[in-house]
Every structure is written in C-alpha cells, then in structure tokens.
Design a protein around this ligand. Structure first.
Ligand SMILES: [Fe+2]
Ligand SMILES: [Fe+2]
Length: 224
C-alpha cells in the first residue's frame, strides 16, 4: 500500500508545471507580456518557443530552488539549442540568476522578463496555485535564506518577506524583484544576487564556459 502511494506521488516540480507557479497554461502568457513591456513585442517566433519550454525542466524535480530544481533550466536550453542553436540555448540556460552565476555568465533577457512575469502575476492567482502544489512553503523559506545571504532587500521588504502571511510576503518579494528588474533590464552586472561560485559545465559543453553569449557578439536580434 505504502509502495503504491509512493509511486503515485507527483513531485513538486511536476505539479508546478501543471498547476503551480510555472503552469504551462499560464506562465508563458505573463512572460510574453513582461517581455513586451521590457523589450517590445516579441516578434521572433523562437522567443515564443522559449516562453513555453524554458521551465519544462521542472518536471520530475523534487524541489524548486534547491540543487535539483536549480537545474530546471537545462531541459529548455537543450530543446532551444537543438532547434535554434547555442545563442537560443543560452537564452534559456541563463534565465536563472543562480544558474548563470554558477556558470559565471551574465543572466539573459529571458531572466529579466521571467522576474517581471513573477511581479505581474496577481496574488489571487499566485498564492492559491503555489499553495496547492506545495511550493509556497519552500519559496517563503527560501526568501528568509536569501535575506540571510545578504541580498539587497530594503528594511521594509525584509520585514515583509519575514511575514508568515503569504500576501504580505509576496508583496515584499515582488517589490524587491521589481527593483531588481529595473536595475538590471539593460543587462547590468548582477551584484544583488548571492550566488555560489561552484563551477558547473553547461549541457553540451566540455570546456570552461566564458562570458554570456548574449552579452557578446553572438546576440540574436530578438534576444538582445
Ligand atoms: Fe525558470
Ligand atoms: Fe519562468
């Protein structure tokens, strides 16, 4: 009986993609709106593919922001790389500030739009969805860890993200994230995010990665 229950347990990452913070039916819409607001209308169809696949790597993951969940960027990056080449792979690979830091690369424009997508997702939608999947507790705990890690929260934001009330917590985190977006939308170096310096090798690469391709000469027109 116990074994049957274990086998039918759906992992939190899968639930997130099905009906949580990274819901396949919704998240890409907020992301497209965020991209439009930041960089103009996303005319390139490859961007729309990226909006849809970038978080698919959460499927099967046992946590969202831990060592397992952090690698969620890899699947979308592989898909984009396979169809559209390395620049588009990197657009997805570096949509996580933490993953980009570990690769010693600059976060991509998709990262900035993804953060703004979080900011514009309404609380009445975000809180019930993340509560239903079990993500909410992890995200609230993670914020406290980030605060301890020295991220640049204002005093008011710090107080808000320490709250046990999810609505207050969300407002504080969205306020911080919006400030991060405004500060980094032009690709400025991210000194706000505390990242581990452990080196990782990007999928499909066998050498030490250099700087962001998106920050260099190989920028795709739309991904710039
Ligand atoms: Fe993501
Ligand atoms: Fe996302």
């Amino acid at each position: 009986m116990h074994r049957i229950k274990e086998e039918t347990n759906v992992r939190v990452g899968t639930k997130s993609v099905l009906f949580g913070a990274h819901c396949l039916a919704l998240h890409w819409l907020f992301l497209a709106a965020a991209w439009w607001k930041l960089y103009g209308f996303p005319w390139d169809p490859r961007l729309w593919v990226a909006f849809i696949v970038h978080d698919m790597g959460y499927i099967g993951r046992g946590d969202m922001d831990g060592a397992d969940g952090e690698r969620h960027v890899e699947l979308g990056a592989k898909i984009m790389g396979c169809f559209f080449g390395s620049v588009w792979r990197d657009l997805c690979l570096c949509h996580s500030r933490y993953y980009a830091k570990r690769l010693r690369r600059r976060f991509s424009r998709l990262c900035v739009a993804d953060k703004l997508a979080f900011v514009i997702t309404p609380a009445w939608l975000y809180i019930p969805m993340t509560r239903a999947t079990g993500e909410l507790g992890e995200y609230m705990q993670r914020s406290a860890d980030r605060q301890a890690g020295g991220e640049k929260f204002t005093a008011e934001e710090s107080a808000m993200i320490s709250s046990a009330d999810p609505r207050v917590w969300l407002e504080g985190l969205q306020s911080y994230t919006l400030r991060w977006v405004n500060r980094h939308r032009d690709g400025s170096e991210d000194n706000w995010t505390a990242g581990e310096q452990r080196e990782v090798v990007a999928p499909g690469e066998h050498h030490k990665p250099g700087l962001s391709l998106l920050g260099g000469e190989e920028k795709p027109k739309e991904a710039q």
